[in-house]
Design a protein around this ligand. Structure first.
Ligand code: DX5
Ligand code: ZN
Length: 229
């Protein structure tokens, strides 16, 4: 996994058929996904429950690109080794998830994964200023986390601030929530390079009829690439 700032599309399997994850992952990868985004929710940090380490380990057998695991759980630290064993390539923790994000990010790196840090819409860019040397990715939430299919919340100013703070560091800016061909240009122009999209990728298709996934991914990518910073 070499670093670059080209636009990458990371379908969130939160919008996939939950009874058919293996084929859904294969379908989005065959249709052009750059990464596969896995949303882990605990019913405590966010008001929804999804999957734990055994499910993520099962996804791993199907992911040929990059498995990007977004933890919406608190606490994080007791689960880091389990997600490393499950095969996460990137493990992202929320800055709001506890008082020791610095320690958490060090522990993720020590466990052999690439650390990411995520910010809720109400959290300022400055909250991650002192951990930028510890991460491979900053995830800017453009919805309040917990559910797919929500409306986009404009975080353009925060993205621009983070892009300036990151400077020459090899750190991705990922956008998560409400990404569509209409919103993608706004975040790409502000400096984002990884676009997570759930409902906008999976709509209209299925593992048996995956061509719409490809068209949806291509539409988001084209809209973003046209304006990428
Ligand atoms: C929200 C999740 C997102 C979500 C995005 O809590 O972190 O990854 O699946 O879904 P859409 O693209 O439908 O907003
Ligand atoms: Zn996510």
């Amino acid at each position: 996994m070499t670093f670059d700032r080209r636009i990458k599309i990371a379908p969130s399997i939160l919008s996939a058929d939950f009874a058919d994850f293996g084929r859904e992952i294969a379908a989005v990868e065959a249709q052009g996904a750059d990464w596969v985004h896995v949303d882990v929710m605990d019913g405590h940090f966010v008001p929804n429950l999804t999957f734990g380490p055994p499910a993520v380990a099962a996804f791993r057998r199907h992911v040929k690109t990059v498995m990007d695991v977004h933890l919406m759980i608190a606490p994080v630290d007791p689960w880091i080794d389990a997600f490393a064993r499950a095969g996460a390539d990137i493990l992202t923790a929320h800055v709001e998830a506890g008082p020791h994000i610095h320690r958490t990010l060090q522990a993720i790196r020590a466990a052999g994964m690439r650390p990411g840090v995520a910010l809720n819409p109400g959290t300022p860019a400055e909250a991650v200023a002192h951990v930028l040397d510890l991460v491979d990715l900053v995830c800017v939430m453009t919805v309040n986390p917990g559910f797919g299919g929500q409306g986009f919340i404009d975080m353009t100013g925060k993205i621009r601030a983070l892009r300036a703070m990151i400077g020459d560091r090899p750190v991705h800016i990922e956008i998560d929530g409400g990404v569509t061909p209409a919103t993608a240009p706004r975040v790409a122009a502000a400096g984002a390079d990884v676009l997570v999209a759930g409902s906008a990728v999976f709509k209209g298709g299925s593992a048996d009829d995956p061509a719409p996934y490809g068209a949806n991914i291509a539409a988001i990518r084209a809209a973003a690439v046209a304006v990428a910073a």
